[in-house]
Design a binder for this molecule. Structure first.
Ligand code: NAD
Ligand code: ZN
Ligand code: ZN
Length: 382
């Protein structure tokens, strides 16, 4: 089959790789109809992880069941399904308590597995024609038959639940004010989820104009951090800070005035963490779905290379702020968010800027990585 294969920093290729096969009776093979490119893929693409050449990318996967193992109970051939990016077993201690992002079965020696991702286990990615899904009864979320809402449902694999998770970690509640750092796909979904949860005011901070425009489309207040410290901008507008803050940027945070794509010398890995501590009012809460890593070969200094960042913990303590972080437990939210889409109460696909054939992946990675030409969220259709 054809698949997107990582070759080295800033290089992917669409190549032939072996077709996946049923390895265990509870596996299924899914014929991929949609697989999205994620900001998380860019960390590998840019050589900012330990990813080695040969990985097939793709953790945001959706398609039709092509083949079922003999022990599969709840799925049948032809059914439309979307898979959480987390590969999970359903029976380990963490899965049993709903923490499917920290499954201890699927990636031995580590808590958490994913398709097509460095250090997340042996699971081949789905930016390809077919995908092997283990523990399939647990990992496949069934969808209404047909092709309706394809782009909306595809976002259930990661960014819609992940944005929602950011809002959940920050405990965003009706009437509150929320500052969402990053108006990439995850930030836009966190802003959208905050709106869904009844926030009165949502600020979206970024410096890519198309992304700020998308945030404004859903009623968020865009803040361009190239035009001044975003904390000061928000405090000047409101007279005080906000109730809640969400970091949907992560460790590759850019300094004001830097290129949209960041770049080593433009990076300030702790800037957003310190800004959300500053902008959230005392007793508030921070949700941090943005990715931070324990090892970063391209880190700006010795500390950053080991994931050790300087954050203003004294201020956090003084303000009595709570915070939550980590991989999203997609399965905790995906069925509810699916039902909102089906009922017409949520349409997350407003973030999708491009839907292209698998063979255009090389160009799509390049443009999405540079955050140019409005590339906000790309779906590959094999
Ligand atoms: N926790 C999870 O389960 C999970 C899942 C998916 C993605 N992620 C992570 O979430 C983050 C966002 O993902 P994405 O797909 O939206 O990525 P993205 O790179 O497309 O978006 C990040 C955005 O942040 C903006 N930005 C950079 N520096 C900033 C700053 N100082 N202040 C405000 N905005 C700034 C960029 O311009 C960009 O638009 C990534 O770190 C990704 O790895 C986490
Ligand atoms: Zn993703
Ligand atoms: Zn498990």
């Amino acid at each position: 089959m054809r698949a997107v294969v990582y070759k080295g920093p800033f290089e992917v290729a669409v190549e032939n790789v072996p077709d996946p096969t049923i390895q265990h009776p509870n596996d299924v093979i899914v014929k991929i109809t949609s697989s999205c490119i994620c900001g998380s893929d860019l960390h590998m693409y840019e050589g900012r992880t330990a990813a080695e050449a040969g990985i097939v990318f793709g953790h945001e996967n959706m398609g039709l069941i092509q083949e079922v193992g003999s022990a599969v109970k709840n799925l049948s051939i032809g059914e439309r399904v979307v898979m959480p990016f987390n590969v999970a077993c359903g029976f380990c201690k963490n899965c049993q308590r709903g923490f499917t992002g920290f499954c201890t079965t699927v990636n031995p020696g580590f808590a958490g597995g994913a398709y097509g991702y460095v250090a997340m286990g042996p699971w081949v990615g789905g930016q390809a024609e077919y995908l092997q899904v283990p523990f399939a009864d647990f990992n496949c979320l069934t969808l209404p038959a047909g092709t309706e809402n394809e782009a909306d449902y595809a976002l259930l694999a990661d960014i819609f639940p992940t944005g929602y998770h950011g809002a959940e970690l920050a405990d965003v509640s009706p009437g509150e004010s929320v500052a969402v750092f990053g108006a990439g796909p995850v930030g836009l979904m966190a802003a959208y989820s905050s709106v869904i949860r009844g926030a009165a005011e949502v600020y979206a901070i970024d410096h890519v104009q198309e992304r700020l425009d998308k945030a404004a489309e859903i009623g968020a207040i865009p803040i361009n951090f190239d035009e001044g410290n975003p904390v000061d901008q928000i405090k000047d507008m409101r007279g005080d800070g906000v109730d809640k803050g969400i970091d949907a940027v992560g460790y590759q945070a850019a300094a004001a005035g830097s290129s949209a794509a960041g770049g080593e010398q433009d990076e300030v890995p702790n800037i957003v963490l310190n800004q959300i501590i500053d902008v959230v009012n005392p007793t508030g809460a921070l949700g941090i779905p943005g990715l931070y890593v324990p090892t970063d070969p391209g880190g700006v200094d010795e500390g950053a290379k080991r994931g050790a960042l300087s954050i203003n913990f004294g201020r956090l303590f003084e303000k009595g702020l709570r915070l939550g972080t980590g991989q999203c437990n997609v399965k905790k939210y995906n069925a509810y968010l699916r039902d909102m889409i089906t009922a017409g109460k949520a349409s997350p696909s407003f973030v999708v800027s491009h839907e292209v054939p698998l063979d255009d992946a090389v160009d799509a990675y390049d443009k999405f990585d540079k955050r140019v030409d409005g590339y906000t969220k790309v779906i590959l259709n094999p």
